[in-house]
Design a protein around this ligand. Structure first.
Ligand SMILES: C[S@@+](CC[C@H](N)C(=O)[O-])C[C@H]1O[C@@H](n2cnc3c(N)ncnc32)[C@H](O)[C@@H]1O
Length: 245
């Protein structure tokens, strides 16, 4: 009997394999769905997240964009006139990196297929690191945070842009309705993928809240972790700084 390649994996399939499969399968439609489903608000969030990195006008910094997908965060930084460095954009789902290649257009972004939990870089390589909607997908969040800390130089920042659950009850009710009813439906129709867009709200529900995430960043070795909520707390931007520098 033929098997459906997009069937939801059985329980027990390693989380990283599930995540890699999902993003590899939705890669061709990822950008379209991303901007439609976020009503384009994600562009504003990305701008703000990159503003928090503090690497512009600082010589020729090398910045990591981990879980880079189709490079939207990389390009937000690399496209700025005040940025003269380069971005290493890593992701373990090769089809995501391939789907975004057409957008790179000579920008200083170098794609790399690799696992965020085992970054192929020596200690203290980067002047900054950023992750957009990626850490929620890591099978071991603490290990990922320690990897970021390891590859960053003293004084460098890690910026995390991630969905979170809005603190206000009314906003939260609207958000739940959208995330659990509208988003999986639109995602299924547009992507043709039967369950990938059900995974998204599930993964947000299981992810630590902003305060807990900041504590985990500090436990991973960041001297200071701050956060701000954006758009009523639908998403949060965390900034962790490595001591020294
Ligand atoms: C929601 S997408 C975000 C893509 C992009 N950063 C953005 O802002 O649109 C999450 C990405 O994380 C990647 N990812 C998840 N776990 C990973 C891991 N352990 N190593 C590398 N990439 C990972 C997925 O392949 C996927 O491309």
């Amino acid at each position: 009997m033929a098997t459906n390649p997009k069937a939801r994996p059985e329980k027990g399939v390693a989380r990283e394999d599930q995540v890699q499969t999902i993003f590899s399968e939705i890669a061709p439609r990822y950008d379209l769905l991303n901007h439609v489903l976020s009503l384009n608000i994600d562009r504003r969030w990305r701008r703000k997240a990159v503003d928090r990195l503090g690497v512009e006008g600082e010589g020729t910094p090398v910045v990591l964009d981990a879980c880079a997908g189709t490079y939207d965060l990389s390009l937000e930084l690399a496209g700025r006139e005040s940025f003269e460095g380069r971005v290493v954009a890593s992701d373990f789902a090769r089809p995501m990196l391939v789907a975004g290649l057409g957008k790179l257009d000579g920008q200083a972004v170098r794609p790399l297929c690799g696992d965020t939990l085992e970054l192929p870089f020596s200690d203290g390589t980067f002047h900054g690191a950023m992750v957009g909607f990626g850490v929620r997908n890591l099978s071991d969040l603490d290990r990922g945070l320690r990897e970021f800390r390891r590859v960053l130089r003293p004084g460098a920042r890690l910026v995390i842009l991630e969905f979170t659950t809005p603190p206000n009850r009314v906003v939260r009710a609207g958000y739940h309705f959208y995330f659990h009813r509208i988003l999986p439906l639109v995602g299924r129709v547009v992507s043709g993928h039967p369950w990938a867009y059900t995974y998204l709200p599930e993964s947000v529900k299981d992810f630590p809240g902003p305060e807990a995430l900041a504590e985990r960043m500090e436990a991973a070795g960041f001297a200071e972790a701050r956060w701000e909520l954006v758009t009523g707390g639908i998403a949060a931007i965390h900034v962790g700084t490595v001591e020294g520098g």
